[in-house]
Design a binder for this molecule. Structure first.
Ligand code: 13P
Length: 288
């Protein structure tokens, strides 16, 4: 079934569990990941970023059709999420084509501009029962993690996160606590003290971007301290690329690439404790 992410993220928060939010790019990839969610009886957030329209040559509308097709057949809650929405126009298209959740990412803008556009997105999405995620602080890329002074991430300030939430009333908040997008050059250091302070100051579910290669233990700790949604992409691509090294038979590789991605999702469900959500008192009502 297709759901927005509000209820499942709240359940995840109560259960100290995380929901993986992998980025997707093909029908086989979407179908395979939803099959794993069904097999493990876990909710799943399927993400498609605005920038992937060009990269993957797949429009927001085409993605909505594909995910709705497979998502509606699933026996577990599936959320269709626009990742890193950077323009209001793309978010409008996602909202009107059937996405159940959207992210407005104005984290590179000034605080006031980030607040203004995030509020506008909340006004658009909330009456349609679509969840809104925004980002405060900025999660950059994984380059330069051998020298933390040079990294392009901007860690989230607790006071800023609180004011941002009070002004925008978004449903969930992506925060920067030391992870980064893509592969790391160097080692990420996650600021768990900052995470805990933000969690204690704001009641809405918190989101971690740049989940890949952050380390199983780091992710488990992050989830135990209040992260409820973990965005992941690079790990899925790396697993596929590694699968290609074993044979040059196209069809074997084609299928193996996707089988490897399914294995990655199974491990994420396990170490983010996603399976625990099945014990939540509202789970049965949601999947009825
Ligand atoms: P990774 O590719 O580092 O896992 O990050 C994905 C992400 O945060 C998408 O929003």
């Amino acid at each position: 079934m297709l759901v927005n992410s509000k209820k499942i993220l709240e359940m995840a928060k109560d259960m100290k569990a995380g929901i993986p939010a992998p980025n997707v790019y093909s029908s086989k990839n979407i179908k395979g990941l939803i099959e794993v969610a069904d097999e493990m009886n876990c909710p799943l957030i399927i993400s498609f970023a605005e920038a992937q329209e060009d990269l993957m040559d797949l429009s927001i509308e085409e993605m909505a059709t594909l995910v709705r097709y497979y998502g509606e057949k699933a026996n577990v809650p599936i959320c269709l999420h626009l990742d890193h929405g950077q323009t209001y126009e793309a978010i409008e298209r996602a909202v009107h084509s059937g996405f159940t959740s959207v992210m407005i990412d104005a984290s590179s803008e000034t605080f006031d501009d980030n607040v203004a556009i995030s509020k506008k997105v909340v006004e658009l999405a909330r009456p349609l029962n679509i969840t809104v995620e925004a980002e405060i602080g900025h999660v950059g890329s994984g380059e330069n993690y051998e020298n933390h002074e040079l990294r392009d991430s901007q860690l989230t300030e607790v006071e800023e996160a609180v004011s941002f939430y009070q002004e925008t009333k978004v449903d969930s908040l992506a925060i920067a606590i030391g992870t980064a997008h893509g592969s790391y050059v160097g080692v990420p250091e996650i600021d768990f003290v900052r995470l805990e302070a933000i969690k204690n100051a704001i009641e809405i579910p918190l989101v971690l971007h740049g989940g890949s290669s952050s380390g199983e233990q780091n992710l488990q700790t992050a989830v135990s301290l209040g992260i409820t949604k973990v965005n992941v992409f690079t790990d899925f691509l790396t697993a596929s690329m590694n699968a290609l090294k074993e044979t040059d038979d196209f069809m074997v590789n084609w299928n193996r690439m996707y089988e490897e991605q399914k294995k990655v999702l199974r491990s994420y469900f396990k170490y983010l404790n996603t399976e625990k959500i099945q014990d939540h008192k509202d789970w049965q009502d949601l999947i009825k």
